[in-house]
Design a protein around this ligand. Structure first.
Ligand SMILES: [Zn+2]
Length: 266
């Protein structure tokens, strides 16, 4: 059985990670859709970093829910499996999905990358974030930075050890390109053939590429299931062979068990 799963914020919502949509996602009365942009970062990097640090903290204290666990179970039992998640948190990974079976198409919130060169800090090295080695840099050096007018900012903002530019969260902001390497991994999976089961879960599928990948993985005329798990109707609903109008954590355990039972090799 070949499986493609596409997930979005709805999967993490039940772990207490707020979605960007609606008032719940607001932070200090600010709209995340306006904070998660290159423009916001250029205008006020400190504010954007504060938001990301709070989000990192919230994710660290969150736990994977039943949907993450069910998807990990499916990954384990499918012959071929790929998860493409729009979530930047690490809850899928913590539920046990191997790195090579997962694409984080909107990046990884725990990565800190240089805004200029290719340097990146995966944040997995045990060092607490943000990279604080900057605190050791003499203030005189900081005075030369137009971006960091006070010594407090110098301590708070991470700078690249390679090229000295400001570091930023390793996520894809609104208006930015998707990461090429991750895109290739999705394309490679789609190119290798249709999927027997495609599940689109916890996403309103507002991004055209999500709809596109779901439809390419489950082309018309090829026997396969295209299952949507989402409380609300989306652009993809009209194409689905099965609609599950429930939150992910409620629906996924049963759905995965059913799929595994249906596809069990005799
Ligand atoms: Zn750099």
């Amino acid at each position: 059985m070949r499986v493609l799963v596409l997930t979005g914020a709805g999967v993490s919502a039940e772990s207490g990670i707020p979605t960007f949509r609606g008032k719940d996602g607001y932070w200090r009365n600010l709209d995340p859709a306006k904070l998660a942009t290159p423009e916001a970062f250029a205008r006020d990097p400190k504010l954007v970093w504060e938001w990301y640090r709070e989000r990192r903290q919230r994710i660290r204290s969150a736990r994977p829910n039943a949907a993450h666990a069910a998807i990990a179970k499916l990954a384990q039992h499918a012959d071929e499996f790929l998860l493409v998640t729009q979530n930047v948190d690490d809850l899928h990974a913590r539920a046990g999905i191997a790195k090579e079976k997962m694409v984080q198409i909107h990046g990884d919130i725990f990565v800190t990358k240089c805004s200029r060169c290719d340097f990146l800090d995966t944040g997995r090295g045990g060092s607490p974030e943000p990279p604080t080695d900057r605190a050791a840099v003499p203030v005189e050096r900081g005075r030369l930075r137009s971006i960091a007018p006070t010594s407090e900012d110098i301590v708070d903002l991470p700078y690249c050890p390679e090229c000295d530019a400001l570091m930023r969260p390793g996520v894809v902001w609104f208006g930015e390109q998707l990461p090429w390497k991750e895109l290739q991994r999705v394309e490679n999976y789609l190119d290798r053939g249709a999927s027997d089961v495609v599940i689109v879960v916890g996403t309103t599928a507002t991004f055209g590429y999500i709809v596109d990948w779901a439809l390419r993985a489950s082309p018309e005329g090829v026997r396969g299931e295209l299952i949507e798990v989402n409380p609300e109707e989306t652009q993809l609903s009209q194409f689905a062979t099965q609609l599950v109008r429930e939150p992910a954590a409620i629906a996924m355990p049963h759905l995965v068990d059913t799929i595994l039972a249906d596809h069990r090799t005799p």
